[in-house]
Design a protein around this ligand. Sequence first.
Ligand code: PRP
Length: 217
Amino acid sequence: MTKTDQHLTVAMPKGRIFTEALHLLKEAGFAMPEEMAENSRKLTVEVPEEGFTFLMVKPVDVPTYVEHGVADLGVVGKDILMEENRDVYELLDLNISPCRVCVAGMPGRGPSLNPKVATKYPRIADRYFREQGQQVEVVRLNGSVELAPLIGLSDRIVDIVSTGRTLRENGLVEMEEIAHVTSRLIANRASYRLKRTRIDQMHQQLTVAVHGEGVFK
Ligand code: PRP
């Protein structure tokens, strides 16, 4: 396989999704090298025998790499797809890294006159509260969002909840669920046309790894 025809560049999210995504690729029958480790500092990993280049990127940037075509494929949480609204194909629900996008806050705290909501997901929050007919001021943060209600920066937060540990350890409670989230395989639109055979084959292998052999019977 030459690097010019059906070689695939895949944007992989560093952090919580990485280990599960790597495990799934192995389950799907791809031989992943040792240097594809979560704690590695390497930002690109070549797997010539499988015809892959992997790019290790921040999860929120995965759709950007794919939309611009520097990656043919990407693995990314549905939360980020909902927030980023990028022009990419969503090919497959990989059913990994399940979590929920939730509204959370301090228990027993009544509504305030001009409620503020702190979040890494300003578009999701804005859309949700508009749909609910609630006027809120959205305050954008890049992490440690659970701190905001504790120190009076916001009344509530919109964030992902996985185990619930971060909420618990900070005395917050889940109030409303906005969306259930899992990770997805996404594709660049042009790559999907030009490398269709290879992408379909990978899609099929991953589908079997996710749903079992019976899925195509
Ligand atoms: C995410 C999220 C919550 C936490 C939820 O943060 O923003 O803070 O994980 O997980 P849990 O329910 O299992 O506790 P992340 O670890 O990505 O770090 P960040 O706060 O720096 O964004």
